[in-house]
Design a protein around this ligand. Sequence first.
Ligand code: MG
Length: 250
Amino acid sequence: MTVHKKSREEIKLMKEAGNIVALVHQEMKKIIEPGLSTKDLDEAAMKIIKEHKAVPTFLGYNGFPASICASINGEVVHGIPSEKTILKEGDIISIDVGATYRGLVGDGAWTYPVGNISDECKMLLETTEKALFAGIEKMRDGALLDDVSGAVEDVAKSKNLGIVRQYGGHGVGHSMHEEPFVFNYRVGNNFVLKHGMTIAIEPMLNLGGDDVHTLEDDWTVVTNDGRPSAHFEHTVHVTDGEPEILTKLL
Ligand code: MG
């Protein structure tokens, strides 16, 4: 497996890319409300990415037609923004954003409530966010990647949430998907984290079972039981000390 450790200069650019991702999320949090279409959200994201002289990483990736993925309720990931998809009170919506700045990528996702949501959806969002940060906490020089996966798994299991098996985190930098792959549950992986690695951690947890499938649009991944799913992701830099989140405001 080839894992690219990043130089100081590369980390600097990844922070710029991550800042743009964070600015998009700041805007999403501000504007998401009932009545807006997911196409409106995509346009708002595209505007911010372009204003900052970055490229929307997702647009054209394997033919993906938009700058963000917008996945509502039982959609897990890779939902395609559409003017026909209108947010409703009580929905939850996962927004995944990638920005490429001078050749380096930041990748981050967050699930937002639309107006008032049910208590079980609130628990799903809180727990998936908690799982993300539990995983990040384990991202230290010399640690096993499996311990990151295990930390996510333990938080998910503490609330009996389903864990999406087919998708996970990944190395990120000069391209969106680098090695290693990061499972959201223990797999007995003995890969050791080293300072300079940059990895996106992204738990996808379900209120129901683990199983998901892809719709006929060849993109949208949905839960088999139709129950809601949440997705939280940060791009993280493994350092000699504390893990450093790169997808945050500078
Ligand atoms: Mg990702």
